[in-house]
Each structure stands twice: as C-alpha cells, then as structure tokens.
Design a protein around this ligand. Structure first.
Ligand code: ZN
Length: 239
C-alpha cells in the first residue's frame, strides 16, 4: 500500500498547464525552463496542505471533486500565480535558465558529509509577526557556508510572503571515507538596522556517506525552533 500526497498530482498538472500555455503563447514573459517550473511546483506545494490517500481510486475521486470546487480552483490558480511572481520573476541570477535539467555539473565522486536542509522561522519578538526584508546568513566559524548550488541563497532573503520562513541547503563536505561522524558547529546571524544583532548557534551531527547528495532530500531536514528578532525600537534605542 502506497501513501501518496494527491496534491502533488494536482499541482504538477496545473502548473504544467500554466507553463505550457506560456511556452506557446508567451503572453506573460516569464521563464518557462524546467527548473523554474519545478520551483513553482515546490512553492505551491509548500503553501498547500497535503492530502494523503492510499488508493488510486481515492486519488481520482479526490482530484475530480477538488477541482470541481470553484473556490479550490481559484485558490490554486492564485497560488500558482504567486509562485510565478515569487520564484520565476525573481530569477536566481547565476543559474542557467535553459531547458536542460541536466545542466547541473556532474556529481562529484567520493565520500561526503551531506547536510540536511536547514529550515526555521524568524519572528518579531514584540509582535510575534513574521519579519520581512531581512537577510539571514548561515556561517561556520565565521565564514559563510557554501550552498549546494546557486539556486540556494546564503544569506537568505526573507520576504513578506514567506512568513519569516528560511531554508538553507549547504554544500556537502568531502571526507576520506564512509561512516565518519563529525559535528558541524553552525551559526545563524542577522544584521539589520531595525533589530538587535542576532546570533543563533546549533550543531549538526553528520555521518559521511559514499555519495554527494545533490538533490533535495525531503526526509532529511533539520528544523530549528522559532527564532525571534528584537526590534531596536522596543529597547528605546532607535534612532
Ligand atoms: Zn528559468
């Protein structure tokens, strides 16, 4: 028996329709490469509640009913549009936006400490609301950690729509053999004129693996607790 998030099918299908339409009609002038399409799928899925089902029959039934509901269709279309605005319009400048998904350089060989993706949420300590337009960086011994590919930002720019959530995926670190255990001391920091300087330290215990994980491993993540930025205005120190 296979457990499956049926939203994945619906979202992939709908996003594909929107991208195909743009490929043929070129009305909205956004990048329609495979990477951008995948980014939009991820964005929409990250912002929709999953719906888990067991059987194929259940899936078909759910899909038909879900999209029959006008509100669901409208919400999904709006979320796809938001995803396009968010991830495609703000294209990552260093990534080659061609239609070849294999444009990643071939995977390095050897043994590696593969990092989990590191996610967290950062809120305003007074309002408990998300902070926006804040850059958060991930460092190791004072040096900015390299990300797995140019799709991933460090520092990560937290914008209003993402509700204070940030994600990092550090580049794997090579080592001499498999099964070595090592602790990586990491530091998150935020410097922003409106907030107290912020640092948060945490440690990742990793075991080296015989491959370079160059893909996003959904089951492999490190979730930080909610973090808070203290607004300077609240300390009476604002200029
Ligand atoms: Zn693109």
């Amino acid at each position: 028996m296979q457990i499956h998030n049926v939203m994945e099918d619906i979202v992939k299908e709908k996003v594909n329709e929107v991208f195909q339409d743009e490929r043929y009609n070129k009305k909205n002038h956004f990048c329609t490469c495979a990477q951008c399409q995948n980014d939009v799928v991820c964005y929409v899925l990250n912002n929709s509640p999953p719906v888990y089902i067991f059987s194929g029959k259940g899936a078909t039934h759910f899909k038909l009913n879900y999209l029959d509901n006008m509100q669901n269709s409208a919400d999904l279309a709006a979320l796809i549009q938001k995803g396009i605005d968010r991830v495609v319009m703000l294209k990552r400048p260093h990534f080659p936006h061609d239609n070849d998904q294999n444009s990643y350089k071939s995977r390095p060989k050897g043994f590696f400490f593969n990092f989990p993706s590191i996610t967290g949420k950062i809120l305003n300590s007074i309002t408990f609301g998300p902070v926006a337009d804040v850059y958060i960086s991930l460092n190791q011994q004072g040096v900015k950690m390299k990300m797995i590919n140019p799709n991933w930002q460090n520092p990560y720019h937290i914008i209003e729509k993402t509700e204070g959530i940030f994600t990092f995926l550090p580049r794997p670190v090579e080592c001499e053999k498999e099964g070595i255990e090592k602790d990586f001391e990491c530091e998150l920091s935020v410097f922003h004129q409106d907030y107290e300087p912020f640092n948060h330290y945490f440690s990742l215990s990793l075991k080296s693996e015989p491959y370079f994980a160059d893909y996003y491993r959904f089951e492999h993540y490190y979730d930080l607790k909610t973090l808070y930025l203290i607004p300077l205005a609240s300390l009476g120190a604002s200029s």
